[in-house]
Design a binder for this molecule. Structure first.
Ligand code: AMP
Ligand code: MG
Length: 705
């Protein structure tokens, strides 16, 4: 069975009116897992959800993607029911019957209790369906399960023996009334069957090998794992965790164990819960699924036959292939500074939670005021932020109110203290005052349940304030990326030690870059130009870093041991990138850990790190792809540039706002790096630049420095 490209999990709802605007529990939640990431959707009506699902499935079919869609309501009823109701002992006969009988409006108004009552009436005895609002006058549908007699069906399906906490399908009302969800869900599935024909199979009634497979799910199977997931609404975490687990099982070609767990008996009438009987592997996948995906083995492979890779092509490949490699885990807000969100965050609280005053002044009902001089009697109470509840304020009266105080009942408008006078227990001011003046509305800033930050956001001071204001105490964040930095070369010595040789300039520079970019630098020292030493250094690095930056030995010369060793024992691609300074860039993996091998020359190493390592490391850490914005400035230099390589010149901005470049282009001149405040980027092709011509200046700050 080929794996599913998309996994959808649906938490259905039997609500009789649209769910609230702000996302809430006991509503429809849908998770869509695709390409390693998961999006969750909150839908307010079944009609909206049905349209959403049809769209998703249709798009997948057009694009040749396989989809597994799971629904959290029973696909069948205890044995014997299908035949008693329809004359045919098959679940689909019930689906078709219900699709005819159930009416479900665009706003969720539906006739499910009437239909259940009608079914009870057709069948012997009292039951099997039970549970309804007391106010409904349906004598054939008992309010209490105990009232049922003589209907003759089993209380539970076979699968509910394996999943004892699941609610029986006959129960239509109050806690866990999955019976109502089935009555309102099966007609939707029946219409999907009709729409997609042979492209859609319903497991276990049909083999799960069509492009679209529908299956019954039970998200509570993973409750212990869901409990550790930060989410504003548990239902959202449930669909997300289950989608993640199923997607992971599918990727690993392990779904067969789940599909294989259904006994043959369940395959006609009753159905089976995907994962029942295979809970351990589902749970393992949910836990493992929380972890990162490995990079593809060939993620750095260059297209065949390319000699010089243009910078943009190299960047495009890195952008395509690099993704988060560190594990997401719950993280307290107190420890979250600088961390990257592994999941989007929804507000747990509106901000402000209540309408409140924006100023110190006097509050009143606007309706009782008019133009000209106003005099409102003051009530004795005072409204202050954090004070106890006050009011109500009678219409025509006013109350002393301070900034941030919740508006008491009867107050919708506040007049600023400075424009008032107090006299004989009255507050005086000139009208008219604008209705709602100086009053902040509840939720005008943040609405509870709305997404306030997206996955991949790095949490800086503004984001921390936002999360705290939205009452979020913990988020799901990627573990910090550990970036190992290794220098290679027999000539290198530690700076300041008095040893003869070339002081190692690249290591402090690259470690500092990693830190500036929000990663955890790991100093891996200096390795000699010797295969065994390098091998040992890389093994050590792969054990304690998520990405390795090396410098030196990246070319194809006799002493370029880094490229030789990687070629022999790692996966490697030497990219002859059309860039100056730079050129040979060694990209590969050592025991699965990505390695970025830079030229030894400090200027080249610096430029290549800014251009290639910064965006690639951001992606590996779970963050976005990053590109410097740059700006056009007039050149304060002249230059004839040859075609073939993109060039980066060390540059700074003159008092006149033009870009001057470091007098020597020699890439050995480390002093130019610090002299400069950015880089001028010259295009791949030939260029003739005269003073005053616009050039692209990339300040160091555009590279996160
Ligand atoms: P390589 O890429 O190993 O051929 O080195 C190119 C040049 O950069 C040589 O002059 C090296 O001595 C120098 N070099 C290599 N690594 C470093 C380093 N970590 N710090 C300073 N110079 C280096
Ligand atoms: Mg060397």
């Amino acid at each position: 069975m080929s794996p599913f490209d998309t996994v959808i999990t649906v938490d259905w709802s039997a609500r009789s009116a649209p769910s609230p605007k702000a996302p809430t529990a006991d509503a429809i939640w849908i998770a869509v897992a695709e390409g390693g990431s998961i999006a969750t959707h909150y839908l307010r009506t079944r009609a909206e959800a049905a349209a959403f699902l049809a769209d998703q499935l249709g798009a997948a079919l057009r694009e040749g993607r396989r989809v597994l869609a799971g629904f959290d309501f029973p696909f069948g009823y205890p044995a014997g029911f299908a035949e008693a109701l329809t004359g045919q002992a098959h679940a689909f006969a019930v689906w078709e019957w219900l699709a005819q009988a159930i009416e479900d409006g665009p706003e969720n108004a539906n006739n499910r209790f009437d239909v259940a009552s009608a079914i009870n009436q057709r069948l012997p005895g009292m039951g099997p369906f039970w549970g309804r609002p007391q106010t409904l006058d349906l004598p054939d549908l008992p309010e209490k399960g105990r009232a049922r007699v003589g209907h003759g069906f089993s209380e539970r399906r076979l699968v509910e023996g394996a999943v004892p906490r699941a609610q029986p399908t006959w129960k239509l009302y109050t806690t866990g009334s999955v019976g109502s969800q089935a009555l309102l869900g099966l007609p939707v599935l029946q219409r999907l069957r009709a729409r997609f024909g042979p492209d859609l199979a319903v497991w276990p009634f049909e083999a799960p090998d069509a492009p679209i497979v529908l299956a019954e799910i039970y998200p509570s199977l993973l409750d212990s794992i869901v409990a550790a997931e930060p989410a504003a609404v548990k239902d959202e975490a449930q669909v997300r965790v289950l989608a993640r687990a199923l997607a992971r099982l599918s990727d690993n070609h392990d779904l067969g164990a789940l599909f294989g767990a259904a006994p043959e008996d369940a395959g006609r009438e009753e159905g089976w819960i995907l994962g029942a009987g295979a809970e351990a592997s589902l749970r393992a996948a949910a836990l493992q699924g929380a972890g990162p995906r490995a990079l593809r083995n060939d993620c750095f492979a260059l297209p065949q036959g390319v000699d010089w890779v243009p910078v943009d092509d190299a960047l495009a490949q890195l952008r395509r292939e690099m993704h988060a490699v560190t594990a997401p885990a719950p993280c307290d807000l107190a420890d979250a500074a600088g961390r990257i969100l592994a999941e989007g965050v929804r507000a747990a609280r509106s901000h402000p939670p209540h309408a409140n005053s924006a100023v110190d002044g006097y509050g009143f009902a606007h309706a009782a005021t008019g133009s000209g001089p106003q005099a409102l009697p003051l009530v004795e109470e005072r409204a202050a932020a954090g004070g106890g509840p006050v009011g109500p304020v009678p219409e025509g009266a006013a109350i002393r109110i301070l900034t941030g105080a919740a508006l008491p009942e009867g107050v919708d408008t506040v007049v600023l203290e400075e424009v008032t006078t107090l006299e004989a227990g009255h507050v005086r001011f000139n009208g008219p005052v604008k209705p709602g003046a100086n009053a902040r509305k509840a939720g005008e800033d943040i609405v509870a349940g709305n997404t306030i930050l997206e996955r991949g956001t790095r949490l800086g001071p503004p984001e921390l304030a936002l999360l705290a204001a939205a009452n979020i105490g913990s988020v799901s964040a990627f573990a910090p990326l550990r970036v190992g930095v290794l220098s290679t070369g027999d000539e290198l010595v530690r700076p300041g030690t008095g040893q003869a040789g070339t002081p190692d300039a690249n290591r402090p520079m690259l470690l500092s870059l990693a830190g500036r970019w929000g990663h955890e630098g790991r100093d891996l020292g200096i390795a000699a130009d010797d295969r065994a030493a390098l091998r040992e250094a890389l093994d050590d690095a792969a054990g304690r870093a998520d990405a390795i930056l090396t410098s030196g030995g990246a070319s194809a010369g006799d002493e370029d041991h880094m490229s030789a060793l990687m070629a022999a024992e790692g996966t490697v691609a030497t990219w002859r990138v059309a860039i100056k300074p730079g050129r040979p860039l060694l990209l590969g993996q050592w025991r699965g850990t990505p390695v970025f091998g830079f030229p030894g020359n400090p200027v080249a190493a610096f430029v290549c790190a800014l251009v290639f390592a910064r965006p690639a490391l951001s992606r590996l850490a779970g963050g976005p792809w990053l590109s410097p914005a740059g700006r056009a400035v007039p050149a304060a230099f002249k230059k004839n540039k040859k075609p073939g390589r993109r060039e980066y010149l060390r540059a700074r901005i003159t008092a006149e706002g033009a870009a001057e470049v470091f007098p020597s282009e020699g890439s050995g001149r480390v002093s130019g790096l610090s002299w400069a405040t950015g880089l001028v980027e010259l295009p791949d092709g030939a260029a003739t630049i005269a003073p005053g011509d616009p050039v692209r200046f990339l300040p160091y700050s555009d590279f996160g420095l």
